[in-house]
Ligand binder design. Structure first.
Ligand code: SF4
Length: 407
């Protein structure tokens, strides 16, 4: 296979302003976020218009772009406030709007024709003719369905001349990305309007009609019965393939996840992309990358459909809970010249703990906590969440660096 080398964008989720700053700090080229209206992920925090404006200014100052999701499948009543919202988005300077519904596409083109439109994965685009169709509708970028294999992605990028975006990391749906009514039926929460309660992750039992209350376990095999729960996508191994295929944007899922997830996942993908682009011929996959990705909150990882067919291994049979080996314990808030730093504590730390500072270029520095000082200048033994502590370090750190501790 002949690989082309074009620098792809690394696109990260930003559920709030802090996540936006963290994603950009660790090397995201662009972030996507939602306002309080019209974006899937109703429970991610999300931005008011003025927060979005602040986020956009901050991102632009650092050379990063901001895309705003307007990708729900709106009902008629949802369309009433949409024009005002779209005009607000144009006025605050968004770089693109992410859409999935054809009615929203038409309204957006009529009202704010200058703003680029990206087609969401919710539109489930699975072939090159569909990509061309959307291009004819004025779409400038298509996020392909997560269910495509690499050869299908490569075939599409070879056929079309608009930007192609693919997911490389994060949670997967058991249905075509959100096109699922399980949540509507079981909890009256509409997954296509950002309210999915994730019943695909629940543990199900079998009950015979005349024996209420007697639950018969379902065993797919000896691991259990999470019959609908997908593992999480992780394509860190396939970065050269995606770059070689000419994919324009590599997207990370997870607007609901915390800054530890956003910062570390961005950092690892940034490193892999940069190392490949620096010297494609000498590029070597580093085993530490998947190991680092296991330190953040995740379900077991899978390559999903990327390598042709999904397998039984893509299914989470034994548990639907997240796993994570490290906790976020703090964020660097101020750095002074004499190696003193002010840290905002996020999880309890105490003297004797060993913590890891995660530098923005990927370096990890270890520190044994031998001395902690509070804001009143007193030496303390334990620091609690939200407290500010002063630490002394003998390695470089910068504001927004994350600090973690092994569980
Ligand atoms: S219930 Fe599961 S499969 Fe359905 S939309 Fe929600 S996350 Fe996706």
């Amino acid at each position: 296979m002949h690989f082309r080398v074009k620098r792809p964008e690394l696109l990260a989720p930003a559920g709030n302003l802090e996540k936006l700053k963290t994603a950009i700090h660790y090397g995201a080229d662009a972030v996507y976020l939602s306002g309080k209206l019209y974006g899937l992920r109703s429970f991610a925090g999300n931005f008011t218009i003025s927060e979005m404006e602040e986020g956009i200014k901050l991102a632009h100052k650092k050379g990063a772009k901001v895309y705003v999701t307007v990708n729900i499948f709106p009902r008629n009543e949802d369309l009433r406030k949409l024009p005002d919202y779209l005009i607000d988005l144009e006025q605050i300077g968004v770089d693109a709007i992410i859409v999935s519904d054809p009615g929203t596409v038409i309204m957006t083109k009529e009202l704010i024709p200058e703003i680029p439109l990206h087609l969401s994965t919710q539109a489930n685009t699975t072939n090159w003719r569909s990509v061309e169709f959307w291009k004819d509708q004025g779409i400038s970028r298509v996020n392909l369905a997560r269910e495509l294999s690499f050869s299908e992605i490569e075939y599409i990028t070879g056929k079309v001349d608009i930007e192609i975006e693919t997911f490389v990391h994060g949670a997967m749906c058991i249905s075509y990305s959100g096109r699922c009514l399980l949540s509507n039926y079981l909890t009256h929460r509409d997954s296509n309007r950002g309210e999915c309660s994730q019943p695909c992750r629940w543990k199900y039992m079998l009950m015979e009609e005349s024996r209420p209350g007697i639950y018969l376990p379902i065993f797919e095999d000896d691991r259990g019965s999470y019959i609908l729960s997908s593992e999480d996508l992780c394509l860190i191994e396939y970065i050269p393939n995606l770059i070689g295929a000419g994919v324009d944007s590599l997207k990370i899922e997870g607007r609901m996840k915390g800054i530890n997830y956003v910062g570390n996942v961005v950092r690892v993908y940034r490193k892999a992309i940069d190392e490949y682009l620096d010297n494609p011929d000498k590029y070597e996959f580093r085993n530490e990358w998947p190991e680092e990705l296991k330190k953040v909150s995740h379900r077991n990882y899978t390559a999903g459909f990327f390598c042709e067919k999904s397998t039984r291994g893509s299914q989470n049979y034994s548990s639907s809970s997240y796993v994570q080996t490290h906790d976020l314990v703090g964020v660097v808030r101020e750095v002074s010249g004499n190696n003193e730093i002010r840290v905002e504590v996020r999880n309890q730390i105490r003297l004797g703990d060993e913590v890891e500072f995660i530098g923005k270029s990927g370096e990890i520095n270890h520190l044994f906590l031998e001395k902690m000082i509070n804001e009143d200048g007193e030496t303390i033994e334990i620091a609690q969440p939200n407290q500010i502590v002063i630490l002394t370090v003998n390695f470089p750190t910068s504001v927004t660096d994350l600090i973690r501790k092994q569980k």
